[in-house]
Design a protein around this ligand. Sequence first.
Ligand code: NAD
Length: 390
Amino acid sequence: MIIGVPKETFPGERRVAIVPASIPLLTKAKCEVVVEDGAGLAAGYTDAAYTEKGAKLLPTRAEVFAGSDAVIQVLCYGANDQTGRDDLSLMRSGQVLVGFLRPLGSPQTVAEIAAKGLTAFSVELMPRITRSQNMDALSAMATVCGYKAVLLAADALPRFFPMLTTAAGTITPARVLVLGAGVAGLQAIATARRLGAVASAYDVRPAVKEQIQSLGGRYVELPLETGQSQDHRGYAKQQDETFLQRQRELLTRVVSESDVVICTATVPGKRAPLLITADMVKRMAPGSVVVDLASERGGNCELTRLNERITAHGVTIFGYFNLASTVPYHASQMYSRNLTAFLLHLLKDGQLNVDIQDEITRETLVARDGAVVHRLLTPAQPQPAAPQPS
Ligand code: NAD
């Protein structure tokens, strides 16, 4: 099987799907790897590094698509809503596509890819089970985003993060609040602590309390009935507006006492919950910072503007998305390890083996044989009618 790695084309994207260190693992599994000229340069991986590890370079994107059985990308058409559509004309029936496809956000693009006859796997849908931990690209990228969000905040905050005892007096540490303690949130807590800030975090899933505390964070407990806040996959369930309204009321004081708020709260396939209103921003001290990692999903803060840095009521609000791309060397390394593990899982004797009895394969497969095949993307099958009482 020939695996193709085109250059990413989403504006500003600096990651690459496969890094040179992964190539020997793929060649050992009887694959060849072809890489577009310069595909890894923006992430710090030279063309020479690829050829040294046994990859073949091809000068154009069209040649990579034409010469590969499987195309591996970071942002495929769907996740890349700017330039991804151009790839449709390069795709061919029978080809395999693996990467972020944003299937729940843009199901119509999956339908277009299916109509081209591709077998497509969406890494967003990777089940969160022990067996697939090393294939979990969402977690890897969330780790990068959580880290970078804190660095952005530290840079913009007109205060120190750590406590300092100096001849010029004692400096009190910054107070960082993290809303949503999933993978990105936990990394944000860890990074804020490393920089010496006092970190606290809130999540709708009480199960995260110990994880927050084990990182040296304080768990913010709100008197809210969360009930069954978590689904069987470990994700938060969507809460109703009454719950969210009460949540905002209770968070108002905690937010106003924080120098930095890192927002990471999301619910898969839904708009991100609104946790910080404009009025709550107004109550924050001037110079405070909000980094809204949920911006692409509508934002946790009412004032967030997608991909912008704004100042409102004296508070700096970052709505940047795709922060993973701003740490491209390690983000690519992590993604490449995830994707290589996934490809090795899909391969048998150097050929693609689509075994839908296997949970990892079944849950990530979105298109096959000209059709959209994922249960989350196809209309529910009609259930047999229940017998009616006579
Ligand atoms: P995510 O990005 O979907 O959401 C981020 C966080 O926001 C979650 O912790 C969620 O509970 C929280 N949230 C949602 N609505 C909220 C609200 N109204 N108020 C406050 N917080 C809210 O989540 P994620 O980071 O992808 O992780 C989801 C779960 O999956 C976590 O339990 C994580 O530990 C687990 N996980 C498991 C594995 C594995 O076992 N292989 C791998 C990765 C993640």
